[in-house]
Ligand binder design. Structure first.
Ligand code: HEM
Length: 538
């Protein structure tokens, strides 16, 4: 029965199978031979030396020596949970994705994370949080790899290594672990002013969530959906927590960092153990798929911009409930591999240049992190849909493929026994667009406004929230050694709001600069100010 167990299509349940481990009552070697003594090595006499011929000793030590795998290059620290997603059927007019149909139940695995700290860093730091969901749908796996902040630091993926190099600890001292309390972070965001929007969300209470259970999630990019009739729409994904959005105070976050660095991980685990299952509603903002891909003057391909909910309401399309903790952190939370390119029919990518780079990056990093090209066979990564690919061999190949060489058409193997559902039209469209386009290395002019949404965010905050933001900027910037960096960031704040800038400058003991840009009047956006918002309890 063993080979059948090991085929690439072997996934059956949400929890990974425990094949070929912990069977039977005897301690064995990896080859199944019973071990007589695992506490003493084989020696030439009581006082040694130790003999090379002790296979059990060598196997035990060698395997231990290789237990660690590289941590994720970003989002290294995380916590995961299993659950189920149920579609409402309300997305049918927008997408033909089957898992969104009414009553359709799909197993999910979610991993929450911080971005910049290492695997052992504290949970309660000021940082963006990852919110990645793997939907094991009948049509293949769909990964929604989002964050708890709706915008991103950069507009083009080619700058991702740069922003992460700036945010990670300095290479000489490897400090600080915290995201923003250092020169290179502020140097980057004040020189790349498109980062100011994400930065202010980080400085707000959103940067120190109370619990993973109380965070929103955002797909950030605009995606393209296709319905049964072949009509397309542009879409942004939102997760709304049933418990509302809540944050820690700065003082709580500092204390918890010392008292319980595992605070968020523990909170998620304990809540699920206690049966207080966290739940989120999935919602869509839907926009017409116009050729310019703009909506209300906002460029939908610019990941540093939101579309305020007053302009496009978030329409609920399903509910996710997390009901199960991982049984093995390494097998599930550590080895899970998300990818923005894991899509299902009815959901597609757009040309957002950040998203386009992500399509390349995830599988590339996982080839190293998970040791070769077969990590989709690791139990947590196995699709629940049948798999019949033409990928063969490679490190850690677990499938025992049969038949002649996999190529199509194939006259030796019954014509290669599977059909291909070609989307010829999409390929033709792409070919036409590529042929018609001129190659450029530049951003469109619509990407140039770096301040008006930041100001809108600031104005939407309550006085208490504004005070928290002022204190956060003052504290984090106060950790910089470079005077010029602080001054440049104050200049950015002057372009956002004069009072914000003045209060931070006073806190830092620095002169208040004048704005270099004319401040555009911005209306506060009530939908942005959701920290502390209450949901009706059920
Ligand atoms: C993880 C690259 C932008 C959300 C990662 C990883 C890489 C990466 C290499 C590690 C993956 C792994 O080891 O499995 C990039 C690049 C980006 C980008 C190149 C921009 C060009 C974003 C954005 C978001 C995001 C905009 C949110 C919308 C995440 C999340 C994880 C992650 C949630 C953790 C997934 C997990 O829990 O395993 N990213 N990223 N990333 N990224 Fe990105």
């Amino acid at each position: 029965a063993e080979p059948a167990n090991l085929t690439a299509t072997g996934a059956d349940s949400g929890a990974p199978a425990n094949a070929r481990a912990q069977q039977d009552a005897w301690l064995t070697t990896s080859q199944g031979a019973r071990v007589r003594d695992t506490d003493h090595s084989l020696k030439a006499g009581e006082r040694g030396p130790t003999l090379l011929q002790d296979h059990h000793l060598r196997e035990k030590i060698t395997h231990f020596d290789h237990e660690r795998i590289p941590e994720r290059v970003v989002h290294a620290r995380g916590a995961g949970a299993h659950g189920v997603f149920v579609g409402y059927g309300t997305a049918d007019t927008v997408t033909r994705a089957a898992f969104l149909q009414e009553g359709e139940e799909t197993p999910v695995f979610v991993r929450f994370s911080t971005v910049l700290g290492s695997r052992g860093s504290a949970d309660t730091v000021r940082d963006t949080r990852g919110f990645a969901t793997k939907f094991y749908t009948d049509e293949g796996t769909f990964d929604l790899v989002g964050n708890n902040i709706p915008v991103f630091f950069i507009q083009d993926g080619i700058k991702f290594p740069d922003v992460i190099h700036a945010g990670k600890p300095h290479p000489d001292r490897e400090i600080p672990q915290a995201q923003s309390a250092h020169d290179t972070f502020w140097d980057f965001v004040s020189l790349h002013t498109e980062a100011q929007h994400h930065t202010m969300w980080n400085m707000s209470d959103r940067g120190i969530p109370r619990s993973y259970r109380m965070m929103e999630g955002f797909g950030v990019h605009t995606f393209r959906c296709v319905n049964d009739a072949g009509e397309t729409a542009l879409v942004k994904f939102h997760w709304k927590p049933r418990l509302g959005v809540h944050s820690l105070t700065w003082e709580e976050a500092q204390l918890l960092g010392g008292i319980d660095p595992d605070f968020h991980r523990r909170d998620l685990y304990d809540a699920i153990e206690a049966g207080a299952y966290p739940a989120w509603e999935l919602g869509l903002q839907v926009f017409p798929d116009e050729p310019d891909q703009m909506f209300a003057g906002i460029d939908l391909l610019d990941p540093t911009k939101i579309v305020p909910e007053e302009l496009a309401a978030v329409q609920p399309v399903g509910m996710m409930v997390l009901t199960g903790n991982p049984t093995n952190f390494f097998a599930e939370t550590e080895q899970v591999a998300f990818h923005v390119g894991h899509l299902v029919p009815g959901i597609d990518v757009t040309d957002d240049p950040l998203l386009q780079t992500r399509l390349f990056s995830y599988v590339d990093t996982q080839l190293t992190r998970l040791g070769g090209p077969n990590f989709s066979q690791i139990p947590i990564n196995r699709p629940h849909a049948p798999v019949n690919d033409m990928l063969r061999d490679g490190f850690h190949q677990h499938a025992v493929h049969v038949g002649a060489a996999p190529y199509r058409p194939n006259s030796l193997d019954g014509g290669c026994p599977f059909a291909v559902e070609g989307d010829a039209r999409a390929m033709e469209d792409l070919a036409v667009r590529v042929a018609e386009s001129t190659k450029v290395r530049a951003n469109p002019a619509s990407y140039d406004d770096h301040y008006s949404q930041v100001r809108q965010f600031w104005l939407s905050m309550s006085p208490v929230e504004q005070q928290h933001i002022i204190r956060a900027y003052t504290f984090e910037l106060g950790k910089c050694y470079e005077q010029a960096v602080k001054e440049r960031q104050l200049q950015c704040l002057a372009n956002i709001d004069a009072r914000l800038c003045a209060e931070v400058a006073t806190g830092l003991g620095l002169p208040v600069p004048d704005a270099t840009l004319e401040l555009v009047d911005a209306e506060p956006s009530p939908a942005l100010s959701q920290v502390g918002q209450e949901w009706p309890s059920d």
